[in-house]
Design a protein. Sequence first.
Length: 449
Amino acid sequence: MGRRLFGTDGVRGLANKDITAELALDLSVAVAHELGGHSVFGGNRATAVVGRDPRASGEFLSAAVMAGLASAGVDVLDAGVLPTPAIAFLTQRMNAEMGAMLSASHNAMPDNGLKFFASGGHKLADEIEDRISERMGGGWERPTGAGVGRIRPFQRGAEFYIEHLLEAAPGRLDGLRIVIDAAHGAASEVGPEVFRRAGATVDVIGADPNGLNINDGAGSTYLDQLQEAVRLRGADMGVAFDGDADRCLAVDARGNQVDGDQIMAILALSMHERGELRDDTLVATVMSNLGLLQAMEREGVRVVQTAVGDRYVLEEMRAHGYSLGGEQSGHVIMLEHGTTGDGVLTALALAQRVVGSGRALHELAGVMTRMPQVLVNVKEVDKDRVGQDEGVAAAVAEIESELGDQGRVLLRKSGTEPVVRVMVEADSEERAAACADRLAQVVRDRLAL
């Protein structure tokens, strides 16, 4: 599980080996005590909303989470299979003290994970996660009799979420033909339903979850099927979610990928035109393509960059009240309408921009030119010295000088393994690759274990 129980997006690992029923139960008890506060023992019953994606291990893991919460005196609303952003929304909608989602996002089926939300549907700060970890295994007074929590099905949750999406993005999609790839995941039902209600003609692929096929050659990690389906069916566009539908990538009518940076550029300019982009600012991570930064500067939109991870984007947005942010991977946050990345909402807003503007998606995406970007993972090195080694720093400075304003260099350490990630952007694929390989070799030589 690594040095720290919580990673950048909850607790994740191989289900029934790293992520066990025992861990899920113990962790949920600790979460109940940390987030439930005095209500757990003070007579005012705390409430939790619990959901999961369709992977098979989520069945027993969600049972363990609900058992842990109820044993600590928390009432549980079992929302069943729904996207991660739906659970965040419902935690807020139901005034619940906490929410829990069982998902490993875009990971393969054998993995699973636990994500928790505080009241209001907000992700947990690092210090709260650390306090939860410290509580695990500690003694506590167990409620009995009427003091134990109750577990009830929450069948209205899906409808509440669908209504929320249509209120957040109320534009009609009549006349639009769209292909949706739901990754055999959590949005397999609610995703297509939202688009149908908005008036679109919807073709669906990757929406037959059986517990074993989530993310299996489908969804935002594997766009080949979506690209082919869009071309063959003559659709105006396609969208692909990941397993828990907190991210979205798109495909234009020609079958070309439209990544998270391009989606953010399209939405930022749409909001900018309507006066809805707070402080004319977009929040992105340091991994966003240089082309996005250049396009936004040209269009009068400021870009604030954060560390990699949608939680850091969200922290920056909340701190300053910014309205739009996200990642190249397709996590897009519209803070007025949600507390986390929401793939279905992102897709809905993107489709409405296409219809409302009367312009094809490839034309809208052309606002930015993606610079060739090469990423090299340098393994088995002392990642903690990457920012301290003089030889590495000199190599970075040399390459940055060569590239000038036609590229950039980024080195960052992995949060979970002894890996340094070397990213180079340049005006050609060949130049980016050559610079990345050269810098990666310096990192191997200087930081070898």
